[in-house]
Write a new protein. Sequence first.
Length: 238
Amino acid sequence: MNFLRFDSEIAWINGIVSFWRDRLRTDPRLRICLPSGNTPIKIYATMAQSVQAGQVSFRDAEIFALDDYGGLGADDAGKCVNLLRRYLIDLIDLPKERFHFIHTDEPDLDGICRDYDKRIGSGFDLTLLGIGLNGHLGLNEPGSSPDSTTRRVEMHAPTIAASAGYLQHSHLPTWGVGVGLAQLLGSREVWLLANGARKAEIIRRAMKEEITADVPASLLRRHPASYLFVDAEAGALL
Ligand code: PGA
């Protein structure tokens, strides 16, 4: 695992976006898996500015949403697809048909999962991930199999509690559908992103303690091209 630690949040954002622009310029057809959550919001805003300034383009790229909640209305602002649209997709030049997301409100979820895996096909070139306070990656909660593919997941209590921060109402989701560890660990490059003091302890556990499915983020240490991007606060215990 490669460690990249930045002195401030702004340096962390600019560092990640600079690496990302570089990857896109090298491979304009990049197939990218992206998370929602609070962690990437400012990164997406800065990337959108780069696109608007003509520094880089998503014209030939492809973006896959990492996961989404079930049981919320399609227009719910807290749904991952809507967050991604709001902060990135609607602000960049990605052709609409090159944005893939998970239709969690369809009745045939098994079919939806199979179709998503088929679209992912040969896999992602680049995957960006946040980390949950319990070490989860997307909806791969502690104990998830490293072989898991896209599937319905019952969310663990800390993940349900965290969802309240993205919603404008108190009806919290209890399940969702997420890309599995097989595809995340199979991505050509994986970047784990963390900022702020509240992430310092789980980053320490994931990077310094045993590599175990009980802390899914620790599995990234076995990946040949994984990068940890932390600001000074999230990296304080490394
Ligand atoms: P956050 O969530 O980016 O809002 O901290 C990360 C996660 O739970 O995966």
